[in-house]
Write a protein that binds this ligand. Structure first.
Ligand code: FAD
Length: 384
């Protein structure tokens, strides 16, 4: 067991850190304030391979491990949480197309998704199927023209500004086994988008609902076979949960770094705040919990890379723990700034707003507990 990063991993992380410092951090507050979706910067991220980190090599991706991808996303999240979170969703889409798409679909979609010329959205949630995603009702009926989609999705990241949708829709029986996954061009006839949702955070990426009204999708855009869609969607989310957890860790690390510096500079009662032991202990606890969260995320990523049978439970544990700790650390960092933490001159309030949603999406943290408990209660299963 080796906890040190190897030379390649250090090089990836350094490259991501530089991109975060040069391209993301200087603009993050403005993107948040003006709700700008930075497509040009995403294309630059694509040039560096950040949009296809674990997409298979035969589809044109970098085929990195989930652990390596996590090291990269952590550094990127230190520059802009919201934009990095979108990159993680895009990576999930590119990976699904590259892993389960037909050769024709891979050739049509992967090059542009990988370069960032096209951006992707992952479309699972529906108005009446959120946590209970397997209850989704968007239908896909096979006809002579292809599959015809009808229904609605909500809370879709990037929707309205992306080019490719991976849509989970029902082709068969009720429940998970009746669900299939499709690649749908975002400008297909019959697709309409709702308003751009006003949100607490994640403002550098739009969130919209989508309606499908007799949308025809070519048969070769089916991922895998009919009935495999929910399995693919959940496989995508195992990695997605590591990524979102990583975004919390990176943001919280940035908040902790800045708060530590602030305590050295800000004076009250005639001395720097850093001299007060109560605040030193606060920093120590924040750092300790953050390191624990990071290690749990990396362990889960490594389980996924090894194809361990308990990987899903580890991904759920890591997502629950790291997003809760990430939020708590950002909250405490804001507190350490006093009143300045609450105003927009400093980024603490943005960090706090941006990481909050990580406890809700890609499966809420209550659902993460359900996944872990299910594994614990399974006959003969253990979590070691
Ligand atoms: C900004 C944003 C971006 C998003 N992006 C995407 C996206 O790109 N693609 C996509 O498909 N979805 C996306 N989502 C949707 C997100 O994944 C869902 O909001 C989430 O899964 C929860 O579903 P819900 O909102 O319907 O809540 P509900 O399922 O209605 O849950 C409400 C509450 O009840 C709890 N709850 C539900 N069932 C149980 C249970 N059995 N036991 C205990 N507690 C339970 C939940 O944890 C939650 O606290 C996004 C959401 C947001 C806010």
């Amino acid at each position: 067991m080796d906890f040190e990063l190897n030379d390649d991993q250090k090089a990836f992380a350094d490259m991501a850190s530089q991109f975060a410092r040069d391209k993301l951090m200087p603009m993050a507050a403005e993107w948040d304030e003006q709700q700008t979706f930075p497509k040009q910067i995403l294309a630059e991220a694509g040039e560096l391979g950040f949009l296809s980190l674990y997409t298979p090599e035969q589809a044109g991706g970098l085929a990195l491990s989930r652990l390596d991808a996590s090291l990269i996303f952590e550094q990127l999240a230190m520059g802009c949480t919201s934009t990095t979170a979108f990159m993680t969703i895009h990576n999930m889409v590119t990976w699904m197309v590259g892993s389960f798409g037909t050769q024709a679909a891979i050739e049509s979609y992967c090059p542009k998704l990988i370069s960032g010329e096209w951006l992707g959205s992952y479309c699972l949630t529906e108005p009446n199927a959120g946590s209970d995603a397997a209850a989704l009702t968007t239908s896909a009926k096979l006809t002579e023209q292809g599959y015809v989609l009808n229904g609605a999705k909500v809370f879709i990241s990037g929707a309205g500004d992306t080019d490719v949708l991976v849509v989970m829709a029902r082709t068969g029986e009720a429940g998970a086994k009746g669900i299939s996954a499709f690649i749908v061009p975002a400008d297909s006839q019959g697709i309409s988008y709702g308003r751009k949702e006003p949100k607490m955070g994640w403002n550098s990426q739009p969130t919209r609902s989508i309606s499908f009204d007799n949308v025809v999708v070519p048969v070769e855009n089916l991922l895998g076979e009919e009935g495999q869609g929910f399995t693919f969607a959940m496989k995508g989310l195992d990695g997605g949960r590591i990524n979102i957890a990583t975004c919390s860790v990176g943001t919280a690390q940035q908040a902790l770094n800045q708060a530590t510096q602030y305590l050295k500079e800000r004076k009250q009662f005639g001395q720097p705040l850093a001299q007060f032991q109560a605040l030193q202990f606060k920093l120590a606890d924040m750092a300790t919990e953050l390191v624990a969260a990071r290690q749990m995320v990396r362990l889960a990523a490594s389980k996924l890379d090894q194809g361990s049978s308990d990987a899903t439970a580890y991904c759920a544990m890591a997502k629950r723990y790291a997003t809760d700790i990430g939020f708590a650390v950002c909250d405490q960092a804001l507190q350490l700034y006093g009143g300045y933490g609450y105003i927009k001159e400093y980024p603490m309030e943005r960090y706090f707003r941006d990481v909050r949603v990580h406890q809700i999406l890609e499966g809420t943290n209550e659902i993460m507990r359900m996944i872990v408990a299910r594994r614990l209660l399974q006959e003969g299963a253990q979590l070691l």
